[in-house]
Design a protein around this ligand. Structure first.
Ligand SMILES: Cc1cc2nc3c(=O)[nH]c(=O)nc-3n(C[C@H](O)[C@H](O)[C@H](O)COP(=O)(O)O)c2cc1C
Length: 327
C-alpha cells in the first residue's frame, strides 16, 4: 500500500514506493466450464448437471493493481494519474494501515503475523486514511469518482474494506461505492477492532456479497490458508473470488493446489530475488514464511539466524542441490 499524498508530491517517494517489471504479472491457466446458457461457471461451484460439460483451459495474463491510502480525492486522483501507465487498476485501502509486520510461530506451525507491531493505527485514523473511511462512504465515493474522471471511466478502481460490526453501515458503504463506479470490492471479514487472531466472519462477507446485488464482483478475504479453505469461503459467502495474504506468504503456490511451498517455487523465488537484488531482510523473511511448515523448530531457529544471501543459498543447497544461482 502506498500513501497517495506522498506519492503524488515527491519523486523520491515514487522511487522508493513503487517499481515494477514486465514479468511481474505472470501468466496463469484459467479453467472454465461452459454452461448451456454460455455462462462461465467456476469448476468448484458447477452444479452436477453441468459436470459433463467441456472444460476449457485458457492462458491469461495476471493483473497488477496498485493500492493507495488516501484521504483527499485530489491526492488519490494525482497518484492514480501518475501510476496509471504502469498498472492495470488501482485499489483504495479502507482497512488497516499496514506499515510493517513481524511474526512468530504458533503451535499449529503457521506463522502468525503480529499486525500491530510497528503499525501506527491511531496515526492513520487521525490522517483519515484506511479504516477511517469505512464510516465515511461519501468520501470513498468522491475518491472513486475523482480517480476515474482523471484517467478514464473504464479504468478499474476497486476498494478493500473491512466489515463493520453494524452491517447496515457495510451495506451503505457497498452501495455507495457501486453507485460511484467502483469496479470490484474486496471484503476482509473482520471488523477494524479485530486482530488476525480472531476468526473471520464468513456470514458478514456473505452479507456484503448480497449487498452488492451482483452489480460488481466481490472478493472474500481472510483466513484462506489452503484450497479447502478457499472452496469453503467461496461456497459460504458466494463471493466471486477469494483473496489470501498470509496463506500466500506461507505458500505462494496455494492457488495451484500445493499444500506447502514446492521446491520449484523456492527456486524461482531465489533466482528472481538474486536477479533483481531484493533487499536481504525481505528475501530472508519471505523464505522463512515459505519454509516454516517444512522445517523443525531447530531448523527454523538456525535458518532465522542466517544473515547473508550466501548463507541462505548454502543452506538451501544442502536441502536441495537444484537450488543454485543461474550463471
Ligand atoms: C505482511 C502483510 C502486509 C499487508 N499489507 C496490506 C496492505 O498493504 N493493504 C491492505 O489492504 N491489506 C494489507 N494486509 C492485510 C491483508 O490484505 C489481509 O486483509 C489480512 O491479512 C487478512 O487476510 P489473510 O487472513 O489471508 O491474511 C497485509 C497483511 C499482511 C500479512
Amino acid at each position: 500500500m502506498i500513501l497517495a499524498a506522498e506519492f503524488s508530491r515527491s519523486a523520491n517517494a515514487r522511487l522508493t514506493d513503487f517499481s515494477t517489471s514486465s514479468l511481474e504479472r505472470g501468466h496463469f491457466t484459467l479453467e472454465e466450464k461452459r454452461a448451456s446458457s454460455s455462462r462461465l461457471v467456476q469448476l468448484d461451484e458447477a452444479p452436477e448437471e453441468l459436470c459433463e460439460q467441456e472444460t476449457r483451459r485458457r492462458r491469461v495474463r495476471g493483473a497488477l493493481i496498485a493500492q493507495f491510502a488516501a484521504s483527499k480525492p485530489e491526492h488519490f486522483a494525482d497518484a492514480v494519474e501518475l501510476i496509471r501507465p504502469h498498472v492495470d487498476g488501482v485499489d483504495l485501502n479502507c482497512g488497516k494501515y499496514q506499515a510493517s509486520f513481524s511474526f512468530e510461530y504458533r503451535t499449529d506451525n503457521r506463522a502468525e503475523i503480529l499486525e500491530f507491531a510497528g503499525c501506527p493505527q491511531s496515526w492513520a485514523y487521525d490522517e483519515q486514511i484506511g479504516c477511517w473511511l469505512l464510516r465515511h462512504p461519501d468520501k470513498i465515493a468522491d475518491m472513486i469518482r475523482a480517480a476515474k474522471n482523471r484517467v478514464e471511466l473504464s479504468f478499474p478502481v476497486s476498494i478493500k474494506i473491512r466489515v463493520d460490526p453494524d452491517l447496515k453501515i457495510t451495506e451503505r458503504l457497498v452501495q455507495t461505492a457501486i453507485h460511484a463506479g467502483v469496479s470490484h470490492i474486496i471484503v476482509h471479514g473482520r471488523t477494524r477492532f479485530q486482530a488476525s487472531t480472531q476468526s473471520v466472519s464468513l456470514s458478514s462477507i456473505s452479507f456484503a456479497v448480497s449487498a452488492a446485488r451482483g452489480s460488481v464482483p466481490v472478493v472474500a478475504n481472510g483466513d484462506a490458508w489452503d484450497m479447502n479453505e478457499v472452496r469453503k469461503i467461496r461456497k459460504e459467502t458466494r463471493a466471486d473470488g477469494v483473496m489470501s495474504a498470509r496463506g500466500l506468504l506461507a505458500n505462494p503456490a496455494l492457488f495451484s493446489g500445493f499444500e506447502v511451498t514446492p521446491p520449484e517455487a523456492i527456486k524461482n523465488f531465489v533466482h528472481i530475488s538474486t536477479g533483481y537484488g531484493l533487499l536481504f531482510p525481505l528475501f530472508h523473511r519471505h523464505l522463512s514464511f515459505m519454509l516454516e511448515s517444512q522445517l523443525s523448530r531447530h531448523e527454523r531457529a538456525y535458518f532465522n539466524s542466517l544473515c547473508s544471501y550466501a548463507g541462505i543459498i548454502d543452506y538451501l543447497e544442502t536441502q536441495d542441490p537444484n537450488i543454485t544461482i543461474p550463471p
